[in-house]
Design a protein around this ligand. Structure first.
Ligand code: TXA
Ligand code: MG
Length: 339
């Protein structure tokens, strides 16, 4: 299949909308990561997403809408707490799980009784959904097992020949996937941390809970509430070790480890102006926000450069840290050293 690269002008988005209505797949930018979209009401189109990504079909998708009114056709029940969260965080890097209406195909929800819904803030995403005239079911636009794409280039690397079109809307602002909150239960629970922090959720619904699985690796018999959390998350070819703490102590620890690994091609992901000899350095950012924005692109870059061992500097500086740690610890297969 030939994969068209589209820009974001009206004619291009009209064409992309038509592809979606015809049952095709279009990758598009959002403020979090690029999504791989299909008409949410076309079960065959939705199933083809799983094939294109190589994704297990028991992992449900997020349905994207372009206005609050779009919620009503997808869900049959919105509690008071859910309504407050919707008012506070939509549009934005936020996904809410609600009881699904009958019309949402099982292919979208993997047969679950609930549906995940997101109203992205990104203007191109909103214009695309409006152009399609239907809600868009979309996971992140990476091959299963790769980090979520934060540029059209990443999508091209993974999806060329597999989908009808890619809309190039530049780099994503947030860089990690949306915060997911299950509001179909009596007390909302945060299942995946992202750009909307737990503190922000609690400021709206104080009794909200945090899924305890978020910072712990899942044991064999534990059943995660968010099906996607049970799959092995992206880990780069390189072995990643997170060195977390005060940046001066982090520097000493990484220097020692670089000394112990002289025979391997080493990389350092930095969050400071620390300098390191004899290593590939990628500066991920000086703040938590920048770190989140650049993390997935940096991991892809270490792989491209053939780095064997990565030491990742990290210092938790605000509520955004939970989203970073969740992704970083998984990429490191839980190899974390606190100094
Ligand atoms: O920022 C994002 O959320 C991006 C952009 C494209 O919107 N999308 C994204 O989709 O990250 P994906 O498929 O990579 O992650 C969706 C997660 C999966 O872990 C899935 O298990 C969970 O949402 N999910 C979807 N529906 C669910 C449901 N009904 N109950 C619990 N978890 C659900
Ligand atoms: Mg994903």
């Amino acid at each position: 299949m030939e994969t068209k690269i589209l820009n974001t002008d009206d004619a291009a988005l009209a064409e992309a909308g038509q592809i979606l209505r015809d049952g095709g797949l279009v990758a598009f930018p959002t403020e979090t990561v690029y999504g791989l979209g299909a008409d949410a009401y076309n079960a065959d189109a939705v199933r083809s997403i799983y094939t294109a990504k190589g994704r297990p079909s028991d992992n449900p998708l997020i349905v994207h809408i372009a206005d609050i009114a779009g919620l009503s056709g997808l869900t049959r029940e919105i509690s008071e707490g859910a309504r407050a969260l919707i008012n506070a965080f939509m549009p934005g890097p936020f996904t809410i799980i609600l009881k699904k209406s009958r019309t949402v195909p099982d292919a979208v929800t993997a047969g679950m009784d609930t549906v995940a819904i997101r109203f992205p803030e990104n203007e191109t995403a909103q214009r695309l959904i409006k152009s399609a005239g239907v809600p868009i079911a979309a996971p992140s636009a990476n091959l299963s097992g790769k980090p979520s794409p934060t540029t059209a280039e990443h999508v091209k690397n993974d999806m060329t020949g597999r989908i009808a079109a890619i809309i190039d809307g530049g780099a994503c602002e947030v860089g990690v996937e949306s915060t997911i909150v299950d509001a179909s239960r009596s007390v909302p629970m945060l299942l995946r941390p992202g750009g909307i922090t737990f503190e922000m959720i609690q400021s709206v619904v104080p009794e909200s809970e945090l899924d305890p699985n978020i910072l712990r690796s899942l044991g064999e018999d534990e059943k995660p509430l968010c099906p996607g959390m049970k799959y092995k998350h992206y880990a780069p070819d390189a072995e990643v070790t997170v060195i977390e703490g005060d940046m001066r102590a982090v520097k000493r620890e990484i220097e020692k480890r670089l000394g112990d690994n002289k025979n391997r091609r080493c990389g350092v992901l930095t969050m400071s102006d620390n300098a390191y000899d004899s290593a590939v350095i990628i500066h991920c950012g000086d703040t938590n926000r920048e770190y989140a924005k650049n993390l997935f692109a940096s991991l892809r870059e270490f792989d491209r450069l053939g780095v064997e061992t990565v030491f990742a500097e990290f210092e938790n500086r605000d509520g955004y840290g939970l989203a970073i740690r969740n992704r970083l610890y998984k990429a490191a297969a839980q190899r974390v050293v606190r100094v």
